[in-house]
Design a protein around this ligand. Structure first.
Ligand SMILES: [Fe+2]
Length: 131
């Protein structure tokens, strides 16, 4: 499993969705046929969008001051992922695409969670504890 407890934010919905993303990234890295790869990429594309929307709703619910900046990271990533997906579908599981999967899906998610999602979580917990 690619997810580990250091990635935990403590917000149940967010953590469950992150785990799902890493599980699918794992499937993508292990996929041995074009059908499986396409399926994993399609799932990731739609689940990423859903996950970002849910996170942004959470940001809005507590008037997160960095919501717009954070949404910018999400929007940028959706574009990056789309390009990666097109390339992967076109070329298949080449070594360079496998390496890109590791960097673009796993690496980006980990960095984003550790820095930006954790920063939000800290704010969210402080804000909801005051209520
Ligand atoms: Fe995020």
């Amino acid at each position: 499993m690619l997810w580990n407890s250091s990635l935990e934010t403590g917000i149940k919905l967010v953590d469950e969705q992150h785990k799902q993303l890493f599980d699918t990234a794992d499937e993508l890295l292990d996929a041995d046929g074009d059908d499986k790869i396409k399926k994993a990429l399609d799932f990731l594309a739609s689940y990423i969008t859903k996950h970002f929307t849910d996170e942004q709703k959470l940001h809005a619910s507590v008037s997160y001051p960095k919501a717009a900046v954070h949404k910018g990271y999400h929007d940028e990533y959706v574009k990056t992922f789309k390009k990666f997906q097109e390339q992967y579908n076109k070329e298949g599981a080449t070594l360079s695409n496998k390496m890109a999967a590791n960097k673009i899906v796993v690496g980006w998610l980990k960095d984003h969670i550790m820095v930006h999602d954790k920063e939000f979580t800290k704010y969210y917990k402080e804000k909801t504890a005051q209520k």
